[in-house]
Ligand binder design. Structure first.
Ligand code: TTP
Ligand code: MG
Length: 366
């Protein structure tokens, strides 16, 4: 209960730049202010093939949006300003925004070119403080980069992301813990990642159209109808998401190694180090919800001769004790009374991430 309570107090911010690429074009060419600006394919050359990458909020009033065929956009908004985009400028601005956010010195996670999470829990205890910090972020980004952003604040990443999108452009939306259901209730179920244009009909067929309908259905009915996915949806709409704000790496493997100060002959000390490395890596694997199917031990004996031994399993797992046994067997195959060890390393590869974790991570990149 303690950890649930503490996660209920979190103040997680999701910052998302408004109409990012279009905003940079408007910033750099004041004659574009107030005009529908569309970044994407050329609507005339190329016979109108290609799509809208993004467009200004003025263009959105005509029904334009990202991924719309450019030919359709042109029909809806022939007087718009159509631009190809200057990607170097966007990357430069993105870097400035992200550096500015990192300057707040709290846990930070960039999730796309114009989006990031920050965990201000330790720096603001009330939602009033959170609002002030959000305002400060907006002012700094406007002053230093010349563009606006919208910010969502709540106790989880998922709710904060939905909140930042709720009042765009230049909005701040704060969802207090006990207001989550009130906030999400009226939204269509397609707000939930993974429920898209096609899969929504599975829900419609069961009379579920809005998130409120999911609350009314209740967990047991969702599980009955959708299995594990039902549990995932329930956690999502109930605001249960304990993912920390942390930079994720697209890891292929994770390992650690230690060099002994002097060549080590004491097998107890070597085994102790092996166990410590194994434990420390498992802490990370568990936290980031990784499983592995390959375990590798590296050993450097006196004279810099380095050996590796690997074992690949048929199914991916994350089991500290089992890994320890495997590592011990590998070490013992090297052990002789005389062998001195210079370095020992442990690596886990062929990583897979837990399915639900990947699902929630996809939300970060949508
Ligand atoms: P978004 O944050 O999704 O969109 P946006 O910033 O343009 O508008 P909003 O105010 O709704 O946040 O994406 C950021 C930038 O990424 C966007 O300006 C253009 C680019 N982008 C693509 O290149 N391809 C895409 O499919 C989308 C959606 C965005
Ligand atoms: Mg954006």
């Amino acid at each position: 209960m303690g950890s649930q309570e503490s996660s209920d107090n979190k103040k997680i911010f999701h910052v998302d730049i408004d109409a990012f690429f279009a905003a940079i074009e408007i910033r750099d060419d004041p004659s574009l202010v107030g005009k529908p600006v569309i970044i994407g394919a050329d609507p005339k050359k190329g016979l109108g093939r290609g799509v809208v990458t993004t467009c200004s909020y003025e263009a959105r009033k005509f029904g334009l949006h990202s991924a719309m065929p450019i030919s359709k956009a042109y029909k809806l908004c022939p007087h718009g300003v159509y631009l190809h985009g200057r990607y170097e400028k966007y990357h430069e601005a993105s870097g400035q925004v992200m550096n500015l956010l990192k300057g707040f010195d709290v846990d930070f996670q960039q999730t796309s070119i114009d989006e990031a999470y920050l965990d201000f829990t330790d720096k603001c205890s009330t939602y009033i403080d959170a609002f002030k910090i959000a305002k400060l972020i907006q002012i700094k980004i406007l002053d230093e980069v010349g563009i606006t952003c919208s910010i969502g604040v709540s106790h989880t990443k998922t709710i904060s992301k939905i909140a930042s999108d709720f009042n765009k452009p230049n909005g701040i939306t704060i969802i207090e813990r006990d207001k989550v259901q009130q906030f999400l209730g009226p939204m269509e179920i397609t707000k939930i990642p993974g429920i898209g244009k096609k899969s929504k009909y599975t829900f419609y067929n069961k009379g579920i159209f809005t998130i409120k309908d999911l609350y009314s259905a209740g967990l047991s009915k969702l599980v009955q109808n959708f299995g594990d996915h039902g549990v995932w949806i329930w956690n999502f709409v109930m605001g249960l998401d304990s993912r920390p704000v942390k930079q994720h790496y697209n890891r292929k493997s994770i390992g650690k190694e230690r060099t002994f100060m002097e060549d080590e002959a004491d097998s107890h000390k070597i085994i102790e180090k092996l166990s410590e490395l194994n434990s420390r890596i498992h802490d990370i694997l568990v936290e980031q919800k990784f499983r592995y199917s390959t375990i590798t031990m590296k050993i450097r004996l006196r004279g810099f001769i380095t050996y590796t031994r690997s074992k690949t399993m048929t199914t991916a797992l994350c089991d500290k004790d089992r890994a320890y046994k495997v590592l011990l067997e590998m070490y013992e195959s090297f052990y002789t009374e005389k062998s001195k060890v210079r370095l020992i390393g442990v690596r886990f590869s062929n990583l897979e991430q837990d399915k639900t974790h990947i699902q929630t991570q996809i939300t970060d990149y949508i």
